[in-house]
Design a protein around this ligand. Sequence first.
Ligand code: SER
Length: 586
Amino acid sequence: MKAIEIRNKYLNFFKSHGHSVIPSAPLIPENDPSVLFTTAGMQPLVPYLLGEKHPAGTRLTDYQKCVRTVDIEEVGDNRHLTYFEMLGNWSLGDYFKEESIKMSFDFLTKELQIPVEKLSVTCFAGDGDCPRDEVSAKCWKEVGIPVDRIYFYGKDDNWWIAGEEGPCGPDTEMFYDTGKPACGDNCQPSCDCGKYVEIWNNVFMEYFKDNKGNYSKLEQKNVDTGLGLERMAMLLQGKETPFDTELFEPVMKKLEELQKLDDIQSRRIIAEHLRSSMMIVCDGGRPSNIDRGYVLRRLIRRMIRHMNKLQINLEEISKLIELNVENLKEMYPDLEKNKETIKAVILEEKNKFVKTLTHGEKEFNKEMMKLKEQDKDVVDGQVVFRLYDTYGFPPEVTKELAEENGLKVDMKKFDELFKTHQEKSRLGSEAKFKGGLADQNEKTISYHTATHLLHQALRTILGEHVKQSGSNITEERLRFDFTHPQKMTKEEIQQVEDLVNEQIKRDLTVTCEEMSYEEAKASGAIGLFTDKYGDRVKVYTIGDFSKEICGGPHVTHTGDMGTFKIKKEESSSSGIRRIKAILIKE
Ligand code: SER
């Protein structure tokens, strides 16, 4: 059965069981700074799992485009993919374990015609947070899974949460027996030998885990399921890897024709990264040096490195994209619509990378010679960073090249240097924002002071991790971007607002002092520690409440600034929140 048939059967099956078919959300999450890409079907549905009403009802089904990036380095083996499609069905306070299990069983055995003998299932064994899931086990028994193929495991295997906090709960997983020989007497679904492959995961979401690790009961009980399409296609077609299915086969074949050297891993990496990059670009992603842009850049660049390894002419990329569009357009019609953009973006990145590679490889070779002369076998993190910083040479390429040459790499040191570098460039762009107070009058000056009050209030209420990452002021409002990993709650917004208004009412005096940048830092002033200001900086102090390095100007007293009101709190980009606020004058 082809992947698209599995998808259609799935959606139709759940439609016939009262589910509304909803569209896949984009790969790039619209309002979730906590992740780079959509990584599961439940992710765009989090507000509804938490109790908000979904316009399409309480039974939903969809196919969701997903990218998981933790496994980039693993791609090339016989199973890891960065892009994949997840089929899912949800109950939002509607059915629970019994009906969910019954539907899964029927879909697998009747629609996909998987013989019952091939199925095993696992349930949650219970712990201090949540009891043993006897209910699920009983349901499985009732539909026809023999008890000796019902396994119980702990949180590591049978508990689902996206990341560290959020809606979560015990899950029950379905496994397909590939028919391979057991690896030993104790061979079971939890082992990695390849006999059992997980095909579907039904999460019974009853809990919410907060950022302190506490569990509370959700108001509504939900079901969230996920079935990996590529894997299911592979199993139903009796193939060894997803790369042998019709999803990848045309590109894999073409690569075999084009290659001058043979390496199956490299072919898989090229085929996989090509598909992922195309899907990401199609949903609006663009290569860059940070966050999701950097993931995309890595995917494209890793693909090119492996094309070079197989000595495939890079001019072929364009044709490979066309081939993939043809092959996948029935599943993803947007690929065809955006074909020209996809080509343009990937080819531009290729051109940049070719230049980078030429320079970087030369430099890498020099470094390698040095190491050999000194009889050393570890590439210093500083070297990895210099190659990255000066030549744009990707650290993972340095690592791969080093490993190919039998060398180790100090990536820990590199990571440290990289972090400092990112912080500096972020502050650099903040400085640009900060300079932008060209139009200064009474109103904008008040907003400027309000921005300082807001910055400090956010740090007091949310914590010291809050740092300004952008600011923009007009006569009508202030806009303030800051680092914070999640949406602010209504209470937090209220507290921040109250704290700012309290300072306004206290009619605090605003003073300005000039001092050296070092002194400013030592005095505990917050602000942009860049060299933008030169040796001497101005530090504005608002009563006992705020102290910040800043060019000014500011009001002299906070008393008549007006009433501070937060109009909007939203995501600006990954890990960055944005507040728009106004001052209301009587
Ligand atoms: N959220 C669960 C998973 O990703 C089920 O969809 O496996």
